[in-house]
Design a protein around this ligand. Sequence first.
Ligand code: PMV
Length: 340
Amino acid sequence: MLTRQQAVANILADTKYCANDKGQAYAPTNIALAKYWGKRNEQLNLPVTSSLSISLDKYGTDTTICIADTAEDKIIFNNKPMDKNTQLSLRITNFLNLLRPKNTYFEVKTNSNVPIAAGLASSASGFAALTKAVDELFVWNLSELKLSQLARFGSGSAARSMWHGFVKWQAGKATDGSDCYAAPFEHIWPELRIGLCLLDTSTKTISSREAMRASVSSCPFYPAWPTVVEHALDNIERAIIDKDFWTLGAASEQNSLAMHAIMQATIPAVVYSLPETLACMQKIWQARAQGLAVFFTQDAGPNLKLIFQAKDTENVKKLFAQMKVVAPFASSEVIACSYE
Ligand code: PMV
């Protein structure tokens, strides 16, 4: 079986290592509407199913990388040196091990405005920005498609953070991962809004990587998951094309609930929700019963992301005063980079 190092070498096959002074890149975080939950190959980080997300425009990570004159990597996160023994620091170093020439160490300065590890996909934007920055540092000029394949080795969902707007990550079938990459789902929906309800931003107790592994190996319902996602993708893609908001919201919310049902039936159970999470859901269901078009999705953390349309912003804000509102298609850059 192909190792990670061999798979990365295949992606970098036509590149040479020259070096700029530095590489710098921004990547937005993304929220999956049809979720990725479970790997078909742990070593190559290949997902069981395809998934589809929306990028969060100005919520993301900005990273600068240069070659350091030290014998180890130096990572500065949000202006503070990062303790090299933390989980995140080890993940970054392991990822850089796949990309670095021998005896080369880096200074990485990374700034993120996404709360870390609270199910808000901070690692997605982090590894996507790092991959783009390394590409610029070494003047590889890789296509975004190949960059998405590389970013996947840092965090699966990072493959989708290579673009703004809607993005589909193809699971592919090839054992070497060559047909597994993300690409824009080229439709815009300027009225769409995502509300971030931050209920708890402390670090999660179990990483999505460990939790997925446990679900695949022990959840008796896991075999149903690929079909669930296939239907969700069909409905969500059609809803985006037709601008059918109720179908988009309903299919996204249902897919998220199905993923959490799988987590809860995992042995031992994986439960990311807090009492506040359920209270928030109740509020949303009540509002919807009264005609307000608002839905939610939840990832590997207790926070909810609300899905609604611009015209309902004030009414949704009345329910969730602290909510941060994101307009995913607001910046002209979004239009320019993905849809020209
Ligand atoms: O990319 P990871 O390993 O952090 O996994 C992300 C998993 C979910 O956020 C729960 C779903 C998704 O598709 O983003």
